[in-house]
Design a protein around this ligand. Structure first.
Ligand SMILES: [Zn+2]
Length: 360
C-alpha cells in the first residue's frame, strides 16, 4: 500500500524530525513506568499498562492543569534512582529515533530528585550515560537541557545553573526555566540566567504559554534564543498596537518550540483547529512542533505531525521547513546542525519544487 495524504500518520512517521522540547519525566513508556513503580513497591491507580495509559489519557482530557500535572508525581518517584534515569533517557532516545528524529534535545530538572535521595550530579550523570549508549549518541545526535523550577527561590535556580555549567561541553547543551509561568517571570531568576549566559551555555525559556505575549521578548532579554511554547505571541500578532513584538521576534532570530497537543491539554490553546501555530508560521515566525510530554499527552512526534496535517492548514512541506528551522536552532553545535540540515534537505528535495528560473 502506498502512503498518501489520506494516511497522514504513516506519512508523518516518515518525515525527518528534530526534537527540541521534550521533558524526560513526562515521556516515559507506560510499561517502563509501571515496572519502575513496582520495583519501588508502589501500586499506581491503575496496575496494568492499558489501565495506566487510560489513566493518563483521562487526565490529559480532564481540562485541568492540576490533573495533567498529577502524573509527574508518579514519574519523578519512579525515576528516582540512577539506573532508572539512565534507562528512561536511553528509551527516550530510542523512541525519538523510531519517530524519525535526526537530532533530539531532552530536558529535565535534575534537582527534583534530591528529595528522593538522588543528588543533582548523580542524576545528570545517569541521564547523560543513558543518552551516550543510545542510538542517538550524546553530543552527536542528542543532548540534555537542565531545567530549573521557576516557582522555587532564585538560589535554587542558581544551584541548577551551576550544575548545568559543570556538565557544559559534556552533554549538557542548554538551560531552561520550567514550571508555573504565571507569577514567576525570568527576572526573578536573573542572576542564574546571567551566570549561564556569561558562561556561553545556550538558554531556552518556557514563555507565553500561560502568560502574555510580552514574555517572549522578556525571555530573550534574559538570554533565551529559543522559547518554549510562545503561543500567546499570537495575541500580539492580532493586535496592531503590539504587532511590533512579532517583528522583534523575527528580527532577533528567536525560535518557538511549539507543543500543540500539550497546549490543548493544559489550556494554553482551545483546540488544534484554533491553535496559533499556523498563524504564527504564516507570519514568518521561526518555529517547530514538539511533544512536550509524550506520556502525559499520550502522543509522540509523528502523531503530533499527523495531528497538524489533519487539524490545521499546515502541510508536509511546512512540517519539513519547521524541522529545518528546528535544526538551525539546535544547541548541539554547528557540525551536528549541518548534518541534520542535509538529511532534511535530501528528504525534502523531491517534495519541494525548485524555484522558478528567472530569464533576464
Ligand atoms: Zn515544556
Amino acid at each position: 500500500m502506498t502512503t498518501s495524504l489520506a494516511d497522514p500518520l504513516s506519512r508523518a512517521r516518515q518525515l525527518p524530525k528534530v526534537l527540541l522540547h521534550e521533558h524526560l519525566d513526562g515521556g516515559l513508556r507506560v510499561a517502563t513506568l509501571l515496572e519502575l513503580l513496582h520495583q519501588r513497591g508502589i501500586t499506581p491507580a491503575a496496575d496494568t499498562v492499558a489501565g495506566l495509559a487510560a489513566w493518563f489519557d483521562a487526565n490529559a482530557h480532564a481540562g485541568s492543569l492540576l490533573k495533567y500535572l498529577e502524573g509527574f508525581g508518579l514519574t519523578v518517584e519512579a525515576m528516582s534512582s540512577p539506573a532508572a534515569m539512565e534507562r528512561v533517557a536511553f528509551e527516550a532516545a530510542e523512541d525519538a529515533l523510531a519517530e524519525g528524529a535526526v537530532l533530539a534535545e531532552f530536558r529535565i530538572a535534575p534537582l527534583l530528585f534530591e528529595s528522593h535521595g538522588v543528588a543533582g550530579e548523580a542524576a545528570v550523570e545517569a541521564l547523560l550515560a543513558g543518552l551516550a549508549r543510545s542510538p542517538l549518541p550524546l553530543g552527536e545526535k542528542s543532548g540534555l537541557i537542565v531545567c530549573a523550577m521557576r516557582h522555587l527561590p532564585p538560589e535554587e535556580t542558581e544551584r541548577a545553573a551551576r550544575l548545568a555549567l559543570k556538565y557544559q561541553g559534556r552533554g549538557v547543551v542548554g538551560f531552561d526555566l520550567a514550571g508555573a509561568e504565571l507569577g514567576h517571570p525570568p527576572s526573578q531568576h536573573a542572576r542564574a540566567l546571567r551566570l549561564v549566559r556569561d558562561a556561553g551555555l545556550a538558554i531556552t525559556l518556557h514563555a507565553a504559554e500561560a502568560d502574555g505575549a510580552e514574555r517572549v521578548l522578556e525571555a530573550a532579554d534574559h538570554g533565551a534564543t529559543r522559547i518554549g511554547h510562545g503561543v500567546h505571541l499570537v495575541d500580539a500578532l492580532r493586535d496592531p498596537a503590539r504587532r511590533w513584538m512579532v517583528d522583534a521576534v523575527r528580527e532577533r532570530g528567536l525560535h518557538l518550540e511549539v507543543c500543540p497537543t500539550s497546549n490543548v491539554h493544559t489550556g494554553a490553546a482551545k483546540s488544534l483547529e484554533t491553535h496559533p501555530i499556523s498563524e504564527l508560521w504564516q507570519a514568518g515566525v521561526s518555529l517547530s512542533y514538539h511533544t512536550d510530554n509524550r506520556l502525559m499527552s499520550c502522543i509522540d512526534q509523528s502523531e503530533e505531525a499527523a495531528a497538524l496535517l489533519q487539524h490545521t492548514t499546515l502541510n508536509e512541506v511546512d512540517l519539513l521547513a519547521m524541522a529545518t528551522e528546528a535544526a538551525r536552532h539546535t544547541f548541539l553545535g554547528t557540525a551536528q546542525r549541518d548534518a541534520a540540515l542535509q538529511t532534511i534537505a535530501e528528504f525534502s528535495a523531491p517534495l519541494v519544487p525548485p524555484p522558478p528560473v528567472v530569464r533576464l
